[in-house]
Design a binder for this molecule. Structure first.
Ligand code: FVH
Length: 272
């Protein structure tokens, strides 16, 4: 056992790539795990690893005090939770399915009205990272239920509780992913640009990665510009930022690589 609360009865519904990794981590930590997956064959490896197979999603929900869902989307979550509302009363449901904040809030209101403790989660890891040092999971919603099961949830990775608003974990999750995709879009733009100068995206990656890593320190310094813009004094003025972006936009146009991304940045980024 890797946690101090002893073995807990935990059910995992959904054994895709991520649900399987979660169930495995729970087994490794010594918990009594019941699993269910829509396609039964996909659950067999987990049975071989020591999990109990439930005959239905409803049976999995009554087999544990803590029920974890990790299925495709909000519709799949609803499909299984709604008919099981009576069985779930008094239990904790942790939904690790990616949904929007509003979907998470609607599910939270639904659960609250039926005496179910809902904790919504956003997994900041790919399946192979689960249980490893770099994985972390954002949680929000029912505070006491989260604290009660925190030692169990920590087997997946660091557990970051971001508040009682059911939608908060999804909001942070999607905000972080938005930052990640913006970085990839910038790299794609840059890769296309350096190729017109005889370079390669592979070489650019070796140069851009350490620079961007150093720039991440700027996020915390820039945060007051978003949290408290009236009192924020930028280190780099709006004029400087606009001029830098206009130069990159012009270079992209000269290179013939398309410059839509820079246009968006010019419209959205004030001084840093
Ligand atoms: N994989 C990842 O890296 C990301 C990391 C961040 C969080 N996501 C979210 O986790 C949810 C599940 O993702 P997954 O990677 O496990 O996805 P799949 O391997 O495609 O498995 C999907 C499972 O969902 C089941 N499923 C789909 N529709 C239904 C339904 N209507 N009723 C019941 N289960 C359903 C599917 O079952 P089956 O196809 O095997 O029968 C799989 O178990 C997801 O929200 C990610 O955004 C993962």
């Amino acid at each position: 056992m890797s946690n101090s609360v002893g073995a807990q009865r935990v059910s995992v519904i959904g054994l895709g790539a991520m649900g399987t990794a979660l169930a495995r981590a729970l087994l490794v930590a010594g918990h009594r795990v019941t699993v269910w997956n829509r396609t039964a064959a996909r659950a067999e490896p987990m049975a071989a690893a020591g999990a109990a197979l439930a005959e239905s999603a409803a049976a999995a929900m009554t087999a544990a005090d803590l029920v974890i869902l990790c299925v495709l989307d909000d519709a799949a979550v609803r499909e299984h939770l709604e008919p099981a509302a009576d069985r779930l009363r008094g239990r904790t449901v942790v939904n690790l399915t990616t949904t929007t904040p509003e979907q998470a809030r609607a599910l939270g209101r639904w659960a609250h009205g039926r005496g179910i403790d809902l904790v919504d989660g956003g997994i900041m890891a790919v399946p192979s990272m689960i249980g490893g040092p770099a994985a972390f999971v954002l949680y929000s919603g029912a505070t006491a239920a989260f604290e009660r099961f925190r030692p169990v949830l920590e087997v997946f990775g660091r557990a970051e509780y971001v508040g009682p608003d059911f939608g908060a974990a999804a909001m942070y999750d999607l905000a972080i992913l938005g930052g990640m995709y913006s970085m990839f879009a910038g790299f794609r733009q840059g890769g296309q640009m350096v190729r017109t100068a005889g370079g390669t995206a592979a070489h650019l990656a070796t140069l851009m990665a350490p620079f961007l890593q150093a720039m991440t320190a700027m996020l915390a310094r820039y945060a007051p510009g978003i949290d408290d813009p009236a009192n924020y004094v930028p280190e780099q003025s709006a004029e400087f930022t606009a001029s830098a972006l206009a130069t990159i936009e012009l270079a992209a146009e000269e290179a013939g690589t398309g410059s839509e991304l820079l246009g968006v940045l010019l419209r959205t980024l004030p001084g840093l």
